[in-house]
Unconditional design. Structure first.
Length: 182
């Protein structure tokens, strides 16, 4: 029993791992999501302008505000790590934003376009949830307690945004789009 307690205490007392392959990957992925969040602060307003559902506009507007907070949290994480905040182009987010633009252009204004915007936005949310979940796990492995708290907060907001988009879609937008004739 004493050995188990000693091992647990040693793990808790273990300092953050500043230099490791996982830390290198963590920082690289952090640069990627920093770029992605900054790009979304420019892309979400376009989605808002193209949306017609007041519920969808409200959901996107609220998430835009959260996205600005996500940018700030990532910047704080760089600060905690003693690193300069840097971005690295996120090819996945570039593709998702481009696809969102194509969807908006190809869909007729109204419920059909709203359904397309929700589809595109949920793809973005799922990418972000995967990224923040992975970063949070890396942070736990690296014993970055303060960083994990920030990443967990962002992950919860991304999940809530995804749920809100599902609620908007199921509540009216998809039904309205389905009832429109071609």
């Amino acid at each position: 029993m004493k050995d188990t307690l000693k091992t647990t205490k040693q793990k808790q007392a273990h300092p953050p791992m500043k230099s490791s392959q996982l830390m290198k990957l963590f920082v690289d992925e952090l640069k990627d999501i920093y770029w992605a969040e900054k790009a979304l602060t420019k892309a979400i307003p376009t989605m808002i302008q193209n949306a017609s559902s007041l519920e969808l506009i409200e959901a996107l507007t609220n998430h835009l505000e959260e996205t600005h907070n996500h940018v700030e949290r990532v910047r704080q994480i760089f600060e905690i790590l003693g690193k300069k905040p840097e971005t690295k182009p996120c090819k996945a987010m570039q593709g998702l934003i481009e696809e969102a633009g194509e969807i908006m252009k190809s869909c007729e204004e109204g419920p059909m376009r709203d359904a397309g915007i929700i589809s595109a936005a949920q793809k973005v949310e799922h990418y972000e949830m995967a990224t923040y979940g992975t970063l949070r796990q890396f942070g736990e492995t690296l014993n970055l307690t303060r960083v994990v708290v920030l990443l967990a907060a962002t992950l919860q907001e991304e999940k809530a945004a995804d749920e809100k988009l599902s609620t908007v879609a199921i509540g009216a937008v998809n039904v309205e789009a389905a009832s429109e004739a071609i």
